[in-house]
Design a protein around this ligand. Structure first.
Ligand code: KG4
Ligand code: ZN
Length: 352
C-alpha cells in the first residue's frame, strides 16, 4: 500500500509517500522558519497562508520524487491534531479534496502518534525497529512528554508525564532569544554548550522542576532564572556565554533523562525511543546513551529526518490505520488537542 502523507500542523509544509512497512519512497519538508524568524516564533495566520501557497507544490514534489502520480496512491493520511487550527485546516482540506477526487480513503493522524512511530520508518541511518512496549521520549518545540507505547494504536499509547509549561524546544528557543542567539535557538545553544562548562554557571540555573516523584516536567523556572541573571548582569559573552548555555542545557537534559529512566524502571520496560527536534541535541543524546547503557536499557534514536517534523511519520501512522481497515469521513476536521490520554495538568497552581 502506498500512502501519501500530509503535515501542516505548525511551521513545516510536508508531504511524503510511504508504504505500510515503513519504506520511505519520498519525503519533502519545506520549512517556514525564515518567514517567522523576525517575530521570534510561529505566527499562526502567516503559517496558514504559507501552507496554502506551498502545499500543492510540496505534494507534487513528493509524488515526483517517488516516481509516482496521484493514480498510484492507495490512500491519504493527514495530521489533523494537535496543532494550530488554521495551519491544520489547510492540510485536512487538501487531503479530503484529493481523496474525494481520486476515490481513495483518507485518515486523520495525531501528530504525536506520528512522532512516536517515526522510529519504524525504514530509511538510511534508522535503528532496528524496537519491539513493544517501549518508553517514548517526545521532545520538540511544541511538545514534551514521556509515553508508554504498547502498540501502534492510539489506545495503546499512554502519557506518563508531560511538561506543565514550556516544551523543551520552546525553553531552548526562549533562552536563546534572551541570550541574543536568534531563532530557533536550540542548535545554537547546543553548539555553545559543547564549548562550555556547566559547573561554572550552575548558580545561575536551578534544577528543572517539579520536585516530586512524578514524571512531569517544568522548564519555566529555569527560563526565568536565566532572564533574571541577564537582567542583573547583562548578556554574557565569550566563555561565560558558553558556560551559561552548558548549565542551562544540563538542567534540561538532566530532567529529561531522570524522568525517562524512572519511567522505564517504574513501568518495567527496557526500551527507550526518542523523537522530536530536540532529540538532535548532543548533550541529550550522550546523557541518554550513558544512562541507558548503565541500566541495560536499549536506546533507539531515529535519524534526524525522522525526529523533526515530517510527513513520512504521518503517512506511516496513517498506513497502519488504513491497513486495519479504518477510515475517516469527509467530516474529518482539525482539533488543537491531542487524542492521546493525558495525565499532566498544564499551568501553575497547587497540586495534589
Ligand atoms: O520537532 P521539531 O522540528 O518541530 C516541532 O517543534 O514540532 O522541533 C524543533 C525544536 C525547536 O525548538 C528547536 O530549537 C529544537 O527543536 N532543536 C534543538 C536542537 N535542534 C533543534 N534543541 C536543542 N538542541 C538541538 N540541537
Ligand atoms: Zn512535531
Amino acid at each position: 500500500m502506498r500512502v501519501l502523507g500530509i503535515e501542516t500542523s505548525c511551521d513545516e509544509t510536508a508531504a511524503s509517500v510511504v508504504t505500510e512497512t515503513g519504506e520511505v519512497l519520498s519525503d519533502v519538508v519545506r520549512s517556514q522558519v525564515e518567514i517567522h524568524a523576525p517575530y521570534g516564533g510561529v505566527v499562526p495566520e502567516i503559517a496558514a497562508r504559507d501552507h496554502a501557497r506551498a502545499l500543492p507544490h510540496v505534494i507534487e514534489e513528493a509524488l515526483s520524487r517517488a516516481g509516482l502520480t496521484l493514480d498510484d496512491i492507495d490512500g491519504l493520511a493527514v495530521t489533523h491534531r494537535p496543532g494550530l487550527r488554521g495551519p491544520l485546516l489547510v492540510g485536512v482540506q487538501m487531503a479530503k479534496g484529493m481523496a474525494w477526487a481520486r476515490g481513495v480513503p483518507v485518515v486523520g493522524v495525531d501528530h504525536l502518534v506520528g512522532h512516536l512511530l517515526a522510529v519504524f520508518l525504514r530509511r538510511e541511518g534508522a535503528p532496528d525497529a524496537p519491539a513493544f512496549p517501549f518508553i517514548g521520549l517526545l521532545v520538540s518545540g511544541g511538545h514534551t512528554a514521556i509515553y508508554r507505547v504498547d502498540g501502534a494504536r492510539t489506545e495503546d499509547i499512554r502519557e506518563l508525564g508531560a511538561t506543565r509549561d514550556d516544551a523543551a524546544g520552546e525553553a531552548f528557543d526562549k533562552v536563546a532569544k534572551l541570550l541574543g542567539l536568534g531563532y530557533p535557538g536550540g542548535p545554537r545553544v547546543d553548539a555553545l554548550a559543547a564549548q562550555g562548562d556547566a559547573a561554572r554557571a550552575a548558580s545561575a540555573v536551578p534544577k528543572a522542576g517539579p520536585r516530586r516523584a512524578s514524571f512531569e516536567l517544568s522548564f519555566s523556572g529555569i527560563k526565568s532564572s536565566i532572564a533574571r541573571h541577564v537582567e542583573k548582569h547583562g548578556i554574557p559573552t565569550g566563555q561565560a556565554l558558553a558556560d551559561l548555555c552548558a548549565a542551562f542545557q544540563k538542567a534540561v537534559v538532566d530532567a529529561l533523562v531522570d524522568r525517562t529512566m524512572r519511567a522505564a524502571e517504574a513501568e518495567d520496560v527496557s526500551r527507550v525511543v526518542t523523537g522530536g527536534g530536540v532529540a538532535a541535541n548532543r548533550g541529550l543524546r550522550a546523557a541518554l546513551a550513558d544512562a541507558c547503557a548503565r541500566r541495560n536499557v536499549e536506546l533507539f534514536v531515529p535519524p534526524l529526518a525522522s525526529c523533526t517534523d515530517n510527513a513520512a511519520m504521518i503517512a506511516y501512522a496513517g498506513a497502519l490505520r488504513l491497513v486495519r481497515g479504518e477510515r475517516d469521513g469527509f467530516d474529518l476536521s482539525p482539533a488543537t488537542k491531542t487524542s492521546l490520554a493525558t495525565v499532566t495538568r498544564k499551568g501553575g497552581g497547587k497540586r495534589r
